[in-house]
Write a new protein. Structure first.
Length: 250
Protein backbone atom coordinates (compact mmCIF):
# COMPACT_ATOMS: atom_id res chain seq x y z
CA UNK A 1 0.00 0.00 0.00
CA UNK A 2 1.35 3.44 -0.84
CA UNK A 3 2.26 5.52 2.19
CA UNK A 4 0.30 8.58 1.03
CA UNK A 5 -2.83 6.49 0.48
CA UNK A 6 -2.55 5.09 4.00
CA UNK A 7 -1.95 8.54 5.50
CA UNK A 8 -4.99 9.95 3.69
CA UNK A 9 -7.13 7.11 5.00
CA UNK A 10 -5.85 7.60 8.56
CA UNK A 11 -6.45 11.35 8.44
CA UNK A 12 -10.04 10.82 7.33
CA UNK A 13 -10.82 7.87 9.59
CA UNK A 14 -9.43 9.57 12.70
CA UNK A 15 -10.88 12.97 11.72
CA UNK A 16 -7.68 14.67 12.80
CA UNK A 17 -8.80 18.09 11.55
CA UNK A 18 -11.84 18.05 13.86
CA UNK A 19 -9.84 18.50 17.08
CA UNK A 20 -7.83 21.33 18.53
CA UNK A 21 -4.68 19.65 19.74
CA UNK A 22 -1.17 20.57 20.86
CA UNK A 23 0.05 17.51 18.97
CA UNK A 24 0.98 17.89 15.30
CA UNK A 25 -1.27 15.04 14.28
CA UNK A 26 -0.61 13.25 11.02
CA UNK A 27 2.53 12.23 9.16
CA UNK A 28 5.52 13.64 11.08
CA UNK A 29 8.38 11.82 9.34
CA UNK A 30 8.28 10.58 5.75
CA UNK A 31 9.82 7.18 5.05
CA UNK A 32 9.36 4.53 2.37
CA UNK A 33 6.81 5.04 -0.38
CA UNK A 34 5.34 1.57 0.12
CA UNK A 35 3.99 0.23 3.40
CA UNK A 36 3.93 -3.53 3.87
CA UNK A 37 4.27 -3.75 7.67
CA UNK A 38 3.05 -1.51 10.50
CA UNK A 39 4.36 -0.94 14.02
CA UNK A 40 2.24 0.79 16.66
CA UNK A 41 3.22 2.17 20.06
CA UNK A 42 2.17 4.68 22.68
CA UNK A 43 5.32 6.85 22.55
CA UNK A 44 7.72 7.82 19.75
CA UNK A 45 10.89 7.35 21.79
CA UNK A 46 14.28 6.45 20.34
CA UNK A 47 13.91 2.90 21.59
CA UNK A 48 10.48 2.62 20.01
CA UNK A 49 11.84 3.79 16.67
CA UNK A 50 14.79 1.38 16.92
CA UNK A 51 12.49 -1.55 17.62
CA UNK A 52 10.17 -0.58 14.77
CA UNK A 53 13.09 -0.46 12.34
CA UNK A 54 14.44 -3.77 13.64
CA UNK A 55 10.99 -5.34 13.19
CA UNK A 56 11.00 -4.35 9.52
CA UNK A 57 8.14 -1.87 9.85
CA UNK A 58 7.65 0.76 7.15
CA UNK A 59 5.52 3.05 9.30
CA UNK A 60 5.31 3.62 13.04
CA UNK A 61 1.95 4.85 14.32
CA UNK A 62 2.05 6.37 17.81
CA UNK A 63 -0.29 8.12 20.20
CA UNK A 64 2.42 10.49 21.44
CA UNK A 65 4.44 11.70 18.48
CA UNK A 66 7.61 13.75 18.09
CA UNK A 67 6.22 17.25 17.57
CA UNK A 68 3.87 19.20 19.82
CA UNK A 69 2.91 22.51 18.27
CA UNK A 70 5.91 24.75 18.76
CA UNK A 71 9.15 24.51 16.79
CA UNK A 72 11.81 22.19 18.20
CA UNK A 73 15.53 22.08 17.49
CA UNK A 74 16.72 18.88 15.84
CA UNK A 75 19.52 18.37 18.33
CA UNK A 76 20.35 15.87 21.06
CA UNK A 77 17.73 13.13 21.55
CA UNK A 78 15.45 14.63 18.88
CA UNK A 79 18.25 14.39 16.31
CA UNK A 80 18.85 10.75 17.23
CA UNK A 81 15.16 9.87 16.90
CA UNK A 82 14.76 11.50 13.50
CA UNK A 83 18.12 10.23 12.26
CA UNK A 84 17.22 6.66 13.17
CA UNK A 85 13.86 6.94 11.44
CA UNK A 86 15.38 8.38 8.26
CA UNK A 87 18.16 5.81 8.19
CA UNK A 88 15.57 3.05 8.52
CA UNK A 89 13.25 4.74 5.97
CA UNK A 90 10.57 4.62 8.66
CA UNK A 91 7.55 6.90 8.46
CA UNK A 92 6.17 8.17 11.76
CA UNK A 93 2.49 9.02 12.10
CA UNK A 94 1.04 10.53 15.30
CA UNK A 95 -2.56 10.93 16.50
CA UNK A 96 -3.21 12.22 20.01
CA UNK A 97 -6.67 13.55 20.95
CA UNK A 98 -8.28 12.09 17.78
CA UNK A 99 -7.31 8.61 18.98
CA UNK A 100 -8.52 9.21 22.54
CA UNK A 101 -11.92 10.30 21.26
CA UNK A 102 -12.53 7.93 18.35
CA UNK A 103 -15.85 6.09 18.81
CA UNK A 104 -14.69 2.83 17.20
CA UNK A 105 -10.99 2.31 18.01
CA UNK A 106 -10.25 5.07 20.52
CA UNK A 107 -8.46 4.59 23.83
CA UNK A 108 -11.53 5.52 25.84
CA UNK A 109 -14.16 3.46 24.07
CA UNK A 110 -11.87 0.41 23.94
CA UNK A 111 -11.01 0.65 27.65
CA UNK A 112 -14.68 1.11 28.53
CA UNK A 113 -15.57 -2.00 26.54
CA UNK A 114 -12.73 -3.96 28.14
CA UNK A 115 -14.19 -3.07 31.54
CA UNK A 116 -17.59 -4.40 30.40
CA UNK A 117 -19.39 -1.07 30.57
CA UNK A 118 -22.74 -1.08 28.79
CA UNK A 119 -24.80 1.53 26.89
CA UNK A 120 -21.80 3.78 26.31
CA UNK A 121 -22.40 7.51 26.00
CA UNK A 122 -20.02 10.45 25.31
CA UNK A 123 -18.42 12.01 28.37
CA UNK A 124 -15.81 14.66 29.16
CA UNK A 125 -14.73 17.69 27.23
CA UNK A 126 -11.80 18.80 25.11
CA UNK A 127 -12.21 22.21 23.50
CA UNK A 128 -15.94 21.70 23.21
CA UNK A 129 -15.87 18.06 22.10
CA UNK A 130 -16.54 14.94 24.13
CA UNK A 131 -13.54 12.64 24.16
CA UNK A 132 -14.42 10.08 26.85
CA UNK A 133 -17.24 7.63 27.45
CA UNK A 134 -19.36 6.56 30.37
CA UNK A 135 -21.52 3.53 30.89
CA UNK A 136 -22.96 1.16 33.45
CA UNK A 137 -21.73 -2.16 34.72
CA UNK A 138 -24.22 -5.02 34.24
CA UNK A 139 -24.24 -5.41 38.03
CA UNK A 140 -22.83 -3.49 40.98
CA UNK A 141 -19.29 -4.19 42.15
CA UNK A 142 -17.40 -3.34 45.29
CA UNK A 143 -14.85 -0.59 44.61
CA UNK A 144 -11.92 -2.89 45.38
CA UNK A 145 -13.30 -5.60 43.08
CA UNK A 146 -13.66 -3.09 40.26
CA UNK A 147 -10.14 -1.81 40.86
CA UNK A 148 -8.87 -5.39 40.69
CA UNK A 149 -10.68 -5.82 37.36
CA UNK A 150 -8.95 -2.74 35.97
CA UNK A 151 -5.57 -3.97 37.20
CA UNK A 152 -6.09 -7.31 35.43
CA UNK A 153 -7.19 -5.50 32.26
CA UNK A 154 -4.34 -2.99 32.09
CA UNK A 155 -1.57 -4.75 34.01
CA UNK A 156 -1.06 -1.59 36.05
CA UNK A 157 -1.32 -1.38 39.86
CA UNK A 158 -4.10 1.13 40.40
CA UNK A 159 -4.16 4.11 42.72
CA UNK A 160 -7.65 4.38 44.21
CA UNK A 161 -9.09 7.55 45.73
CA UNK A 162 -12.34 6.35 47.30
CA UNK A 163 -14.17 9.64 47.47
CA UNK A 164 -17.62 8.21 46.85
CA UNK A 165 -19.67 5.15 47.63
CA UNK A 166 -17.95 1.81 48.02
CA UNK A 167 -20.27 0.48 45.30
CA UNK A 168 -19.50 0.94 41.61
CA UNK A 169 -22.20 1.02 38.90
CA UNK A 170 -21.93 4.15 36.69
CA UNK A 171 -18.40 4.72 35.40
CA UNK A 172 -16.73 7.37 33.25
CA UNK A 173 -13.48 6.76 31.35
CA UNK A 174 -10.93 9.26 30.01
CA UNK A 175 -7.45 7.85 29.44
CA UNK A 176 -4.13 9.55 30.13
CA UNK A 177 -4.09 12.64 32.32
CA UNK A 178 -7.67 13.76 32.94
CA UNK A 179 -7.98 14.28 36.68
CA UNK A 180 -9.23 17.79 35.95
CA UNK A 181 -12.46 16.14 34.72
CA UNK A 182 -13.46 14.72 38.12
CA UNK A 183 -16.04 17.48 38.57
CA UNK A 184 -17.67 16.47 35.27
CA UNK A 185 -18.13 12.93 36.56
CA UNK A 186 -19.82 14.33 39.65
CA UNK A 187 -22.08 16.60 37.59
CA UNK A 188 -23.25 13.60 35.54
CA UNK A 189 -24.00 11.55 38.64
CA UNK A 190 -21.27 8.99 38.02
CA UNK A 191 -20.02 7.15 41.08
CA UNK A 192 -16.60 6.28 39.62
CA UNK A 193 -14.14 7.86 37.21
CA UNK A 194 -11.24 6.01 35.58
CA UNK A 195 -8.24 7.87 34.17
CA UNK A 196 -4.50 7.42 33.87
CA UNK A 197 -2.38 9.57 36.16
CA UNK A 198 -3.11 11.96 39.03
CA UNK A 199 -2.31 15.65 39.23
CA UNK A 200 -1.49 17.22 42.57
CA UNK A 201 -3.91 20.10 42.04
CA UNK A 202 -6.81 17.64 41.67
CA UNK A 203 -5.96 15.41 44.65
CA UNK A 204 -8.84 16.67 46.83
CA UNK A 205 -11.45 16.68 44.06
CA UNK A 206 -12.39 13.01 44.43
CA UNK A 207 -13.22 13.49 48.09
CA UNK A 208 -14.82 16.92 47.82
CA UNK A 209 -17.00 16.00 44.84
CA UNK A 210 -17.83 12.57 46.28
CA UNK A 211 -16.55 10.49 43.35
CA UNK A 212 -14.36 7.41 43.33
CA UNK A 213 -11.32 7.97 41.10
CA UNK A 214 -9.16 5.11 39.89
CA UNK A 215 -5.80 5.98 38.36
CA UNK A 216 -4.75 3.10 36.12
CA UNK A 217 -1.60 4.54 34.52
CA UNK A 218 -1.20 7.07 31.72
CA UNK A 219 0.69 4.62 29.54
CA UNK A 220 -1.42 1.54 30.22
CA UNK A 221 -4.75 3.29 29.61
CA UNK A 222 -3.47 4.43 26.22
CA UNK A 223 -2.31 1.10 24.78
CA UNK A 224 -5.84 0.19 23.73
CA UNK A 225 -6.29 2.63 20.85
CA UNK A 226 -3.12 1.94 18.88
CA UNK A 227 -3.72 -1.79 19.06
CA UNK A 228 -7.34 -1.45 17.97
CA UNK A 229 -6.31 0.85 15.11
CA UNK A 230 -3.65 -1.64 13.99
CA UNK A 231 -6.23 -4.43 13.97
CA UNK A 232 -8.51 -2.19 11.88
CA UNK A 233 -5.69 -1.67 9.36
CA UNK A 234 -5.12 -5.40 9.13
CA UNK A 235 -8.82 -6.08 8.59
CA UNK A 236 -9.16 -3.28 6.02
CA UNK A 237 -5.90 -3.50 4.10
CA UNK A 238 -4.32 -6.81 5.13
CA UNK A 239 -1.33 -5.05 6.70
CA UNK A 240 0.50 -7.13 9.32
CA UNK A 241 1.36 -5.24 12.50
CA UNK A 242 3.32 -5.36 15.72
CA UNK A 243 2.67 -3.57 19.01
CA UNK A 244 5.87 -2.24 20.61
CA UNK A 245 5.26 -2.43 24.34
CA UNK A 246 7.53 -0.12 26.32
CA UNK A 247 5.71 0.68 29.57
CA UNK A 248 6.76 3.75 31.53
CA UNK A 249 5.19 2.84 34.87
CA UNK A 250 3.43 6.20 34.83
Amino acid sequence: MHRDELVKWLNNYLRISDYRDVSNNGLQVEGKDEVTRVAVAVDASLRTIEEAVDAGADILITHHGLFWGKPVMVTGPMKKRIQKALEGELSIYAMHIPLDAHPEVGNNVMLARALNLRDLQPFGDWAGKSIGFWGELPFELELQDFSDRIQKTTGEICLVHGGGSGIVKKVGVISGSASDSIHLAAEMGLDTFVTGEPKHQNFHDAFEYGVNVIYAGHYETETFGVRALAAKLEDTFGLPWQFIHLPTGL
